[in-house]
Write a protein that binds this ligand. Structure first.
Ligand SMILES: [Zn+2]
Length: 505
């Protein structure tokens, strides 16, 4: 759209909504009427898109650890209205695809998973392909988008990283620090597609830590945005301000689904990053980061929200509605709080050292350990902090005032196999303080890490000491009774016997 049309746009909106707003001062008779800024409005179709997402959800992908071989057939099967080409190949020779859609004058480039272990948006792109390939009640909406927009997608820019569910590519280079040198073929592909398309809009799609919070509130940063700076001074030109305005609109959208859980990244200029450079090269660039959301470990709800957010973004670009957003509202989005969350916090629990008791908060975080060719993972807990954690939040927490943390005991006789152990009355053994069990044939940790018990090789008896970065098993005792067990960073309520039994299977 040229500048003339930009200037005209508020008038066009006004003509549809020309009633004077209550509370505005009356016009002065002798001056030409000032044109009030149009209000930022969301296309209400987002609610229908959210409700209909299941119809387009790609069933071949249902969790985060998919690979290039999982998405390649989904991309290659795309026929008209899609045009699919190979944009190039990764270091290990995997095809990186460019999918083009639409014939409109406004150009939009989206790339996902330049970090191999950040797959949420790739799932949403597969769903978007299904959406645009369908024929149903959204036909008019699709036609409108595709007549105004030309969309370019690069799903999974870093397939070699995705293969090992790691951030970096096969050379262990972070593609997002290779926008200047362009040493890696993956970075060169992104640069080349950007230059060839001269896209007006860019969407840089990532995942961030699930432990980020939104500002200082007890809310996860479930989706974070950034309109990257294009220089050290963080100046705001038209290219960047357009990105900021669209982010304001998307923030407003997501507040309807995940209130308080929308944040933004610090905009310190990173001279080597793609977002910053693509903004500099004249493409209005929007970084979207999927974070953590309670109850959504495989990020399927966030995938749906991405689907809705991207379609809403396309609609706002097509209609120009984002121009009604106020840049000040971008400044008002809370910043990411990068060290805000733990998985579990036990508040004001007593721990013992040399015969004395001390009152502390205990925080746990889980890391994912890969197995089965990076296709599966189990969780390994770490005691991530000890002390006054009153400034931290947690996905799960317990007011542990009056409780003593007592090390779990190792059961004296060994069991032959994990199945033998599972047949025991585990809830009763936990209540007696046994958290740790010897096995003559100790299977790999992936076999038992998620169970409400700790397995060790016969003859081993861990101290289960409460130490920073350790992974102790212990009981929470009150009035001499074991009320809770903490094993591998999971909290088990020992009065909930059926809950514990469920976790044994
Ligand atoms: Zn990333």
């Amino acid at each position: 759209m040229n500048r003339f049309l930009y200037a005209l746009f508020p008038l066009l909106l006004l003509s549809c909504n020309s009633q004077e707003q209550p509370g505005q001062p009356p016009r002065e008779e002798n001056k030409p009427a000032a044109v009030p800024a149009p209000a930022l409005t969301l296309n209400p179709i987002h609610g229908q898109l959210y409700a209909a997402h299941d119809d387009y959800r790609e069933p071949a992908i249902d969790s985060r650890r998919f690979k290039h071989s999982d998405i390649e057939p989904l991309v290659k099967r795309l026929g008209p209205p899609f045009a699919v080409s190979e944009a190039g190949q990764s270091i290990e020779g995997r095809s990186i695809y460019l999918v083009r859609l639409g014939n409109g004058p406004k150009t939009v480039l989206l790339w996902s998973q330049m970090h191999g272990d950040e797959p949420t948006a790739t799932m949403a792109l597969m769903d978007l392909f299904n959406f645009f390939g369908a024929t149903d009640g959204f036909d008019a909406f699709r036609r409108q988008l595709l007549s105004e927009l030309t969309l370019y997608f690069i799903p999974m820019l870093n397939p070699d990283g995705a293969e090992k569910y790691q951030r970096r590519n096969a050379l262990d280079i972070d593609l997002n620090r290779d926008a200047l040198r362009l040493v890696t073929p993956e970075a060169r592909i992104l640069k080349q597609v950007r230059d060839e398309t001269q896209a007006q809009w860019g969407f840089n799609l990532h995942d961030q830590s699930i432990y980020y919070g939104a500002g200082n509130a007890p809310k996860t940063a479930s989706v974070s945005f950034l309109a990257p700076a294009y220089n050290v001074d963080k100046d705001i030109n038209e290219v960047r301000s357009n990105a900021m305005r669209l982010i304001v609109l998307l923030g407003r959208l997501l507040e309807e689904y995940i209130p308080g859980k929308v944040a933004k990244y610090d905009d310190t200029f990173e001279p080597r990053a793609f977002g910053d450079n693509i903004q500099k090269w004249g493409t209005s660039t929007i970084l979207i980061e999927s974070g953590g959301l309670e109850g959504d470990p495989e990020k399927q709800e966030l995938r749906k929200l991405h689907f809705v957010a991207l379609l809403t973004a396309f609609d706002a670009i097509a209609s120009g509605s984002y121009q009604a957003a106020d840049i000040q509202d971008y400044e008002n989005i809370p910043f990411n709080n990068s060290n805000a969350y733990h998985d579990l916090i036990l508040r004001e629990v007593q721990i013992e050292k040399n015969g004395k008791w001390y009152t502390v908060d205990l925080g746990f975080r889980h890391s994912e350990v890969d197995f089965n060719g990076y296709e599966d993972h189990y969780h390994r807990a770490s005691l991530s902090d000890i002390g006054d954690l009153s400034t931290f939040y947690a996905y799960e927490q317990l007011d542990a005032r009056g409780y003593r943390a007592v090390p779990g005991k190792t059961y004296s006789s060994a069991f032959a196999t994990l199945d033998d152990l599972r047949r025991q009355d585990i809830p009763a053994l936990l209540r007696k303080g046994y958290t740790t069990f010897q096995l003559t044939k100790l299977p790999g940790r992936s076999q038992w890490a998620e169970l409400p018990l700790e397995a060790v090789a016969a003859g081993k008896a861990p101290a289960n000491e409460v130490r920073l970065y350790g992974n102790p098993s212990f009981l929470l005792q009150k009035d001499g009774q074991n009320r809770y067990a903490v094993i591998n960073g999971y909290l088990y309520d020992l009065s909930n016997e059926s809950g514990i039994r469920e976790r044994l299977h």
